[in-house]
Design a protein around this ligand. Structure first.
Ligand code: ATP
Length: 400
């Protein structure tokens, strides 16, 4: 289940799993070319009411173009976009039920917070009393009442981002479009702002579509994520679906650290696939044959670093050292896939330690271990000869 849902949102159902549910936003075969550049190459996508949906991908993958087409700043070369059942073709941005928050925030420097937020309503000719009322409500929602008379340069980056958000939601759009909304914030503020966005979504019920290149941000925020690459959607799913069951090698690699071991299938027994792989040095077994692999197929075994264990070679955890020593679980399971290697790199990250282990073939295996004992001495250090292991049911097979 998505982080946003786990964090207590009311959005508890999964409309995308219900064939009778009606999408709120639909992209149907949407493509966009700029002269000789095919920015978007045929996208089908359905977003449901109340979702916080992320378009995630590297630079130039077409995610901003997709968002700009939804906002009405670009027209598709092919296909159509529907919002609440209505075809958006030919409808200008200001007549669409969407409001976009730009990465730069685009605040007016000479206007106060309050005036910035009220600007769009004034332009629409909303009566004064109603403007005051609505601006007051959103100021309270984004917790900027105390700063209402300040100008943008008198605010922190996080506060400016909240003014931009307030200005986007005060018009009560049905869809809020956010282009790298947290890009200008430092890490600590980003984390805070992520929760604020989720809270805002929860309190207003607005459907949000967010463009980001930051996989961690997408994982935290989203009900679902579409991972894009070269103008195409590679996978759509909840953060945990995409992390745990990446559809292909690109998605596996894009979301977090992962070890990919290339091999050839030699046997299939029900769900258990055996592969020959020079990279691992001995046969590997994986309990995952969703793709229906057959002997002779090439595939990648994908294993996340937290699903791999590491131990000093030839030493059982009980016999290593006396006193508080981080040992971590060692596979008791005889079926585990094991390989010997040497710790080439080690990074202490506070909550976890990341080990990069070089196998004889040169393959780097990334392993994380949670640091559960404060001040513990490491049993595994730089240049340690180690054994890494993972269970067949903790790995996946992905196509190249
Ligand atoms: P970034 O994160 O760097 O903004 P993106 O995934 O949002 O990347 P887009 O801005 O959608 O990518 O661009 C996709 C492709 O289309 C790129 O190759 C880009 O150079 C091209 N492109 C985008 N807008 C235009 C334009 N107006 N004219 C010509 N080419 C464009």
């Amino acid at each position: 289940m998505a982080a946003a849902l786990e964090a207590g949102s009311d959005f508890t159902d999964r409309p995308w799993e219900d064939p009778s549910a009606k999408p709120f936003i639909e992209f149907q075969g949407v493509a966009k070319s700029f002269d000789d550049v095919q920015a978007v190459k045929g996208v089908d996508l359905a977003v449901y009411k109340g979702e916080l949906f992320s378009l995630l991908g590297g630079s130039g993958c077409g995610k901003t173009t997709l968002l700009r087409m939804l906002a009405g700043f670009e027209e598709p070369t092919e296909g159509r976009i529907l919002v609440d059942g209505e075809d958006m073709a030919g409808i200008p941005p200001y007549r669409r039920p969407c409001n976009m928050m730009f990465q730069s925030y685009a605040l007016f420097p000479h206007l106060t917070v309050e005036q910035n937020i009220a600007f769009g309503l004034k332009q629409d000719g909303v009566p004064k009393a109603e403007i005051a009322d609505r601006v007051g409500q959103v100021l309270s929602l984004v917790e900027l009442e105390a700063q209402r008379k300040r100008k943008p340069h008198q605010l922190s980056g996080g506060q400016r981002q909240r003014v931009a958000l307030a200005r986007a939601i005060v018009k009560r759009p049905k869809v809020l479009l956010l282009d790298e909304p947290l890009g200008a914030l430092d890490k600590r503020l980003r984390e805070q702002a992520q929760f604020e966005l989720m809270k805002l979504q929860d309190e207003t019920g607005v459907t949000m579509v967010v463009v980001t290149h930051d996989q961690e941000e997408a994982m935290v925020l989203s009900t679902r994520i579409a991972v894009m690459h070269e103008g195409l959607i590679q996978q759509i799913g909840t953060p945990s679906d995409i992390y745990e069951f990446p559809a292909n090698r690109f998605v596996a690699d894009f979301l977090g650290n992962i070890t990919l071991i290339e091999g050839t299938v030699t046997a299939v027994d029900g769900d258990v696939v055996t592969l020959e792989t020079p990279e691992w040095g001995r046969p590997v077994q994986v309990s995952d044959n969703r793709a229906g692999h057959r002997p002779g197929d090439r595939a990648f075994v994908a294993v996340r670093p937290e699903k791999i264990t590491i131990s000093q070679k030839g030493v059982t955890p009980n016999s290593i050292e006396v006193g508080p020593v981080e040992v971590g679980p060692v596979e008791a399971d005889a079926s585990a896939n094991r390989a010997a290697g040497v710790v080439e790199d080690l990074a202490y990250l506070g909550d976890v330690t990341l080990y990069r282990v070089r196998l004889e073939s040169g393959l780097i295996v990334e392993v994380t271990r949670t640091n559960t004992i404060r001040g513990a001495r490491r049993s595994v250090d730089w240049d340690s000869a180690v054994e890494v292991a993972f269970r067949p049911d903790n790995a996946l097979l992905v196509a190249g």
